[in-house]
Design a protein around this ligand. Structure first.
Ligand SMILES: Nc1nc2c(c(=O)[nH]1)N(C=O)[C@@H](CNc1ccc(C(=O)N[C@@H](CCC(=O)O)C(=O)O)cc1)CN2
Ligand SMILES: Nc1nc2c(ncn2[C@@H]2O[C@H](COP(=O)(O)OP(=O)(O)OP(=O)(O)O)[C@@H](O)[C@H]2O)c(=O)[nH]1
Ligand SMILES: [Mg+2]
Length: 457
């Protein structure tokens, strides 16, 4: 039976499927150079230096396939750490397939999703968080997500963890040594220094855990549901924010029936805007379904924009709505619309004491203030991507366990518990640190992580 193995030489298209100016096919493995050499006619590739380019013709049997550029990366100096050969051919889907087929014929096999990066990990070129960041980088679609992924790919996050781990290891070695001398009642590990280390480690993990909120925003965007009574101007606001006539606007109450979702990028953060059906009790079955959907979107949203028409809303009713919003959703903003129809002084008097942003969706008045408010709701200050941000749920879970272990160590020391128990907690802490970076792994978990990559990465 044939099974895929780490010794195989793998091949995949590295550029997107379909037609392009050029297509890049990548091979990795001990036979990569040998395989391409049998097709490349101009010179002997096995005699060439690493990181060199070679223009020539690929020939299968006697038939010319294409004129290509071949790049060589000789082990261990490559992305995967193995021999890597890249073939840049003309970007026809047909030519690309023909070259891949010819290489498979000569002994390569198709790569599985993420297999190039998985090999880079297994060969120690990247740790697990860096490999995961490669996938994030490919998926990045905003400045913030690109920056955090790039920083983590270059070892930002794992650098912090590695540092922690090294310091903990030092103490754990000293404490374990004490255990060997348990009869003699000696202390090799300076308790004051160790206590300081644990306290600062706790602070570091706590900051990392807190950064996950921002990490989630950077990675997944922010769900914003626009909610309110019919005719408040919800669809007008959506259109204004998008700068296009996406949703139907009319003075007929109950215009929007189905929810409309669109994405906007404000200051590098993705906001997923959801325009909903105006909320009221209706005899119309379709409208009622729409209202039900609005309520569901409201409950799931990260931020609810509650929009009302200044002229048609009373303060008492608004206070009542506010109470309901507070219990039904995570976070809401009160937005008073149709400012252009009212006198500013009258409005302030009418809604005195409530935290409301007044806008005119139609006239675009104060819409920039609303955008600013949205950003402020998710980040305090600028997005400090210079700091390490945790964007990955797997890392978050392990960090929680690390933080728990650190708290146990600190409490244990406060209560003067014996060294062997402290040693256990330190080991637990080291275990989870190793789990994040991939020092400690199980194969299923690895397969799962890399299977989410695209083929060719
Ligand atoms: N053509 C091409 N472009 C690419 C990639 C690739 O694999 N091929 N990459 C794939 O993701 C990214 C770049 N990543 C790379 C990482 C390491 C090495 C490499 O050759 N490393 C050697 C030599 C380093 C050096 O000379 O400084 C090494 O690590 O020893 C190449 C690409 C983006 N662009
Ligand atoms: N004067 C004024 N009119 C506005 C403003 N915003 C919206 N309107 C008008 O209010 C009416 C209703 O606007 P829509 O955006 O359709 O209201 P909606 O909240 O989406 O209504 P439903 O979809 O029925 O729930 C339209 O005639 C808009 O032109 C505003 O800021 N000023
Ligand atoms: Mg509408």
């Amino acid at each position: 039976m044939y099974t895929d193995s780490w010794n195989d030489t793998i091949i995949a298209l590295a550029t997107p499927q379909g037609v392009g100016a050029i297509g890049v096919i990548r091979l990795s493995g001990s036979k990569a150079i040998e395989i391409v050499n049998t097709l490349f006619v101009k010179k002997d590739l096995s005699k060439q230096a690493s990181h060199t380019l070679h223009v020539g013709i690929l020939k299968d049997m006697d038939a010319v396939i294409d004129e290509v550029v071949v790049s060589l990366f000789i082990s261990p100096h490559s992305y995967t750490g193995e021999n890597v050969v890249e073939i840049s051919c003309h970007g026809s889907a047909f030519i690309q397939q023909k070259i891949i087929d010819a290489c498979i014929e000569k002994g390569a096999r198709l790569a599985k999703p993420g297999e190039f990066t998985q090999r880079a990990f297994l060969n120690g070129k990247l740790d697990l968080t860096q490999a995961e960041a490669v996938a994030d980088l490919i998926a990045s679609n905003t400045e913030a997500s690109r920056k955090t992924a790039l920083q983590n790919m270059r070892g930002g996050f794992s650098g912090v963890l590695k540092n922690l781990r090294e310091q903990l290891l030092k103490f754990s070695a000293l404490i374990e040594l004490e255990l060997d001398f348990s009869q003699e009642d000696v202390e090799f590990a300076d308790r004051t220094q160790f206590y300081e280390l644990i306290t600062s480690a706790e602070q570091i993990t706590r900051n990392l855990l807190q950064s996950f909120k921002l990490g989630n925003v950077i990675r997944n965007g922010v769900q914003v549901a626009i909610i309110g009574k019919p005719n408040a101007g919800k669809s007008t606001l959506l259109n204004t924010l998008l700068n296009e006539n996406r949703a139907i606007v009319s003075d007929i109450a109950g215009t929007t029936r189905d929810t409309i979702e669109e994405v906007i990028n404000i200051e590098g953060i993705l906001f997923r805007l959801i325009d909903t059906a105006g909320i009221r009790t209706s005899d119309n079955e379709i409208e009622s379904i729409g209202v039900e959907k609005s309520l569901e979107k409201m409950r799931n949203a990260d931020i609810v924009i509650y929009m009302f028409d200044c002229a048609h809303e009373t303060k008492e009713n608004l206070l009542h709505e506010q109470e309901q919003l507070t219990s039904a959703c995570k976070n809401h903003l009160l937005i008073g619309n149709k400012l252009d129809l009212m006198n500013a002084d009258d409005i302030i008097k009418k809604f005195d004491g409530l935290d409301i942003l007044f806008i005119s969706a139609k006239e675009h008045t104060h819409v920039n203030l609303l955008k600013k408010r949205l950003v402020e709701e998710v980040v305090t200050g600028n997005i400090e991507t210079e700091n390490v941000v945790v964007t990955n749920a797997r890392h978050y879970e392990a960090l929680q366990k690390i933080n728990d272990a650190l708290i146990d160590i600190r409490k244990g020391m406060d209560n003067k518990i014996p060294g062997d128990l402290i040693a256990l907690d330190i080991r637990r802490c080291l275990h989870y640190l190793g789990e994040i970076t991939g020092l400690i792994t199980n194969e299923d978990q690895l397969d799962y992580i890399f299977s989410k990559f695209c083929i060719g990465k």
